[in-house]
Design a protein around this ligand. Structure first.
Ligand code: SER
Length: 313
């Protein structure tokens, strides 16, 4: 797809880092500008352009749109659920004003396509917990979740009002070994693999039978690129798509790890994040994504576990 120039805000984050590298391999290194308040190291820094950027600085996003003649913006910058409960004002400002800044620049500068991630956190305690439908009750009660719910409404509004081609996915918990997540409720499902490999034990802050929807990073990246590549008229949902691959509890992931590390010891010390997890769905109905743009996941719990343990040193 020649002629595209992409800005990825939040490129030093868990999803942003891997998405930047994949976009660079598809569009050419110099056509994907990584941006973050945190300066990256390693292949991300070396493989293409980087701009120091705070997503709250709308003028600078507009400057970058001119400087690089941007055609697409991905805004992956956010404060996640657990940290957001500690810094509610900051979380709201970063997640909400950051989104509105990128939507506005996209509109003003005639950006062709924009991407913004929503989350299972946009659901809440009154949402049906099993096979949560695409369209359902959404009364989130974390600041992160409220910002994602409101953000979905803003995205759809920009599409309806201005025809801005903005696309979004409600990610489940994302598991990866390259860049650490930070400040999320689902982070346990990453830590558990690192601790299992490095120390043989893990103390989990989520209770053993709490089910949460999860996804391995390669599937999350594949879904994102697939959604962004799909013809605009196939995108029927302009708020954010449900997306699913697997559902598990800490106990289930512990058992999957024990198939590789039989002595793995899993204990529990539940904290405030349990209450957040309990308000989220246990499993997700993503039939709209499968029907509209052909989504199919590849990794289940066992396949992901084998791959995680193979890659963690
Ligand atoms: N992984 C996120 C969190 O736990 C949910 O989007 O906050």
């Amino acid at each position: 797809m020649p002629g595209e120039t992409i800005l990825l805000i939040g490129a030093s984050g868990q999803i942003g880092a891997e998405l930047t590298m994949l976009l660079r391999s598809q569009y050419g290194n110099s056509n994907v500008v990584a941006a973050d308040i945190k300066i990256p190291v390693g292949e991300l820094a070396e493989s293409g352009p980087f701009e120091e950027l705070n997503v709250l600085d709308r003028n600078r996003i507009a400057e970058l749109a001119d400087k690089y003649k941007l055609t697409q913006i991905y805004n992956m910058a956010a404060m996640l659920s657990a940290t957001g409960e500690k810094f509610p004002q900051k979380a709201w400002q970063l997640n909400m004003d950051g989104l509105i800044n990128t939507l506005e620049v996209a509109r003003e500068k005639g950006i062709k396509k924009m991407y913004w991630p929503s989350s299972i956190a946009a659901f809440g305690p009154t949402t049906p917990k099993t096979d949560t439908p695409q369209i359902t009750i959404m009364e989130p009660n974390t600041i992160y979740g409220i910002s994602k719910q409101a953000g979905e409404r803003w995205c759809e509004w920009y599409f309806l009002k201005y025809g801005l081609d903005v696309r979004s996915i409600r990610y489940p918990g994302i598991i990866s070994y390259k860049t650490e997540p930070g400040g999320g409720t689902t982070d346990y499902a990453v830590d558990i693999y690192f601790k299992a490999k490095q120390t043989g034990k893990y103390t989990c802050y989520i209770a053993e039978n709490t089910l949460l929807p999860m996804m391995y990073m390669p599937d999350a990246i594949k879904a994102t690129l697939q959604l962004m590549d799909a013809p605009a008229d196939t995108i029927k949902v302009r708020s954010s798509y449900n997306l699913a691959a697997m559902t598990f509890s800490p106990k289930m992931v512990g058992e999957a790890i024990k198939k590789h590390i039989p002595d793995f010891e899993l204990t529990y010390d539940v904290d405030f994040r349990q209450k957040i997890a309990e308000t989220w769905p246990g499993s997700i109905d993503d039939s709209a994504a499968r029907a509209d743009w052909g989504w199919q996941h590849e990794y289940d719990l066992d396949k992901m576990t084998a791959d995680m343990l193979k890659h963690i040193k």
